[in-house]
Design a protein around this ligand. Structure first.
Ligand code: 2IT
Length: 445
């Protein structure tokens, strides 16, 4: 018999000063502990101990030269968490906040998320504490090339397939892929999120944002509602927020906020035109980490140093970074009548915020379910690369919709409670965990 607090005390001892990893593990173990205790196979196979320990954590030095000729040193990481279901798969994050603990939490989450997609992918994550903010295009290229000069040793199309995450988009994937090819002379699908002209998949840039809206649509339908006319708050302004804003508008909803580290934009008219979407891409490409210029360009309000969760909305989509939405934000959303919170950043809500949503019966979708569309289309990119073929945008979009629908059904199946409330977080954790755990039992240790 496992007890949550005893098990977590062991995790805390083993992973000191990694609060995000401990938080991610606690969320999963809390959800699955009854399932584990009811299943002698999981106990005998020591699944809880084994599933919370990464296969390996790789850290390496990245040396590069800035535009003024100074030599810079950053730390690079790749955490290969689990390859039980397939090659390690997960993004690369370039952000000042990156630490070994961040990488471990993201790789752990990725393992269950990838399991939920039903595609054959294990879990991994990588990145660096390099901050692209304020860096020129040439500096980014030099950094990416130096990073890949180390990373290439550990990856391969059937071993470990990285992709983008915060600070790593199409531009960065291009430089990373270019360097991999220079070293290996190999045109393989070793990275996903590639440009369409050189092996990338249609819809991959949009996939995380589209996927989270498809997931939300499924939640609404489950509740007898539709997206039409709903007011939506979104945080962030990068790749994920961009896809989400576009799809929400296409589905007839009105997105009234986006945000950056400098504050948030309130656009009463809705962020609903191709010009506004294109401007978001410009903001991201400028590497300044600000959203304020949107306000001037489109006559919207800019609220400095605040988060968008004070705006009354029907649905909220945190799309920026871990723990961006806390207890206070949750209270203000609930006070303003929010009905659905769809976590789209990885672990975007604190545990106290989630507790409040549960207590108030606000439907809460966890990131590992709602944002799985990104990695799902990465999985489809791997399939297309392996076939030396590509599918049309319509074909990929249809597959993405099907995958999000099936993840939603899994959450409902495992997360339904007696009172009728659906605990999506619990459902996602149980569904993802059992898939990995069963495969571990099958494969031995
Ligand atoms: O968090 C994520 O799922 C991603 N950053 C995408 C990973 C991927 O391999 O496409």
């Amino acid at each position: 018999m496992y007890r949550l607090d005893d098990f977590m005390a062991g995790i805390e001892r083993k992973n000191p000063s990694e609060p995000e990893f401990i938080q991610a593990v606690r969320e999963v173990v809390e959800s699955v502990i009854d399932t584990v205790n009811d299943n002698p196979k999981y106990i005998q196979n020591r699944i809880l101990e084994r599933i919370t320990e990464p296969d390996r954590v790789i850290s390496f030095k990245v040396e590069w030269e800035d535009d003024d000729g100074n030599i810079r040193v950053n730390r690079g990481y790749r955490v290969q968490f689990s390859n039980v279901l397939g090659p390690y798969k997960g993004g690369l994050r370039f952000h000042a906040s990156v630490t070994e603990g961040t990488m471990k939490f993201l790789a752990f989450e990725q393992t269950f998320k990838n399991a939920l997609t039903t595609l054959p992918m294990g879990g991994g994550k990588g990145g660096s504490d390099f901050s692209p903010k304020g860096r020129s295009d040439k500096e980014i290229m030099r950094f990416c090339k130096a990073f890949m000069t180390e990373l290439y040793k550990y990856i391969g199309p059937d071993t470990d397939v990285p992709a983008g995450d915060i600070g790593v988009g199409g531009r960065e994937i291009g430089y990373l892929y270019g360097q991999y090819k220079k070293i290996k002379t190999e045109n393989t699908g070793v990275l996903t999120g590639k440009g369409f002209g050189w092996g990338g998949s249609r819809i991959r840039p949009e996939a995380t944002g589209f996927g989270t809206m498809y997931f939300a649509e499924n939640m609404l339908h489950e509740n007898g509602e539709t997206m039409q006319g709903k007011r939506i708050a979104i945080s962030g302004f990068g790749n994920v927020a961009w896809g989400a804003v576009m799809k929400a508008s296409q589905l007839g909803a009105k997105v009234v906020t986006i945000s950056g580290p400098d504050g948030y934009i309130y656009d009463e008219n809705g962020i609903n035109t191709p010009e506004k979407w294109a401007f978001m891409l410009q903001l991201r490409a400028a590497n300044n980490d600000v959203v304020k210029p949107y306000a001037k360009r489109f006559g919207a309000d800019f609220i400095p140093d605040k988060k968008p969760w004070e705006v009354p909305v029907d649905l909220a989509f945190p799309c920026a970074i871990q723990n961006e939405l806390d207890e206070k934000d949750a209270s203000s959303l609930i006070g303003n009548g929010v009905k659905y919170v769809i976590e789209t950043s990885n672990m975007g809500c604190t545990d106290k915020a989630i507790e409040l949503f549960r207590k108030n019966h606000i439907l809460f979708a966890p990131g590992k379910a709602a944002n799985a569309g990104g990695v799902a289309v990465s999985g489809l990119e791997m399939s297309q690369n392996a076939m030396h073929y590509h599918w049309s945008a319509e074909e990929v979009d249809e597959k993405l919709k099907g995958i999000m629908k099936s993840i939603h059904s899994e959450c409902v199946k495992h997360g339904a409670t007696d009172g009728g409330y659906i605990d999506y977080a619990k459902g996602a954790n149980i569904a993802g965990f059992c898939k990995v755990a069963d495969a571990m039992c099958d494969q031995g240790f």
